[in-house]
Design a protein around this ligand. Structure first.
Ligand SMILES: Cc1cc2nc3c(=O)[nH]c(=O)nc-3n(C[C@H](O)[C@H](O)[C@H](O)COP(=O)(O)O)c2cc1C
Length: 180
């Protein structure tokens, strides 16, 4: 099975997660690069559901059996580089998975800023091409008592040291789904 991992990451968590997925599966990997890489604009365009341009990708998506798109959630939205990618390439993708390393957990997934709404946006855009969406809450690498501490959450950076416990279990389950 030929797999391509595509990601956008601002502070590195989704880059780390993407590299780990690619390394585990022996997949190709590439960042999705917006033409305008200014964080406030990226957030604004994501909020407004605009789909401005992204740089032409190096890998040809039609050559892959499975594509995994990975990126953060901002303000309860699907980030625009991934939105643009899905809109532009969905007809050339055979099978797509969406993964996010985000701030919110399962208990808030249906809230305004939860990942549930983003999964709906992905499914609406990609249709049947999207076979599964997975959220890796950054809180999973924090001790139980710090999981509601927004400051602590925003400071977490994924690394080999944090790759254990509930986060690793979730990762292993995701990889099993991909290998099925
Ligand atoms: C401006 C901003 C808005 C965010 N909004 C949300 C949100 O609505 N829901 C959520 O679950 N996480 C939210 N987060 C947390 C990020 O999704 C989380 O920190 C993620 O791991 C960052 O990924 P990155 O390191 O790959 O950029 C937000 C972070 C920032 C900086």
């Amino acid at each position: 099975m030929k797999t391509l991992v595509l990601y956008y990451s601002n502070t590195g968590n989704n880059a780390w997660l993407s590299r780990k997925i690619a390394e585990t599966l022996g997949a190709d990997i590439e960042p999705v690069a917006p033409r305008l890489n200014l964080l406030p604009l990226l957030i604004l365009f994501s909020l407004l559901k605009f789909s401005p341009g992204i740089k032409n990708p190096f890998h040809h998506v039609e050559e892959y059996d499975t594509v995994i798109l990975c990126g953060p959630i901002w303000m309860g939205q699907l980030i625009f580089p991934l939105r643009t990618y899905i809109k532009k390439y969905k007809t050339r993708m055979k099978k797509m998975y969406f993964a996010t390393c985000c701030g919110g957990g399962d208990d808030t997934k249906d809230d305004k800023f939860g990942y549930g709404g983003v999964f709906n946006q992905v499914r609406q855009l990609a249709g049947d091409t999207c076979v599964h969406c997975e959220a890796f809450s950054i809180g999973l690498v924090l001790p139980e008592e710090k999981r509601k501490d927004t400051d602590a959450m925003m400071k977490v950076r994924l690394s080999e040291e944090t790759f254990k416990g509930e986060f690793k279990t979730k990762f292993d389950e995701f990889i099993s789904k991909l290998r099925r």
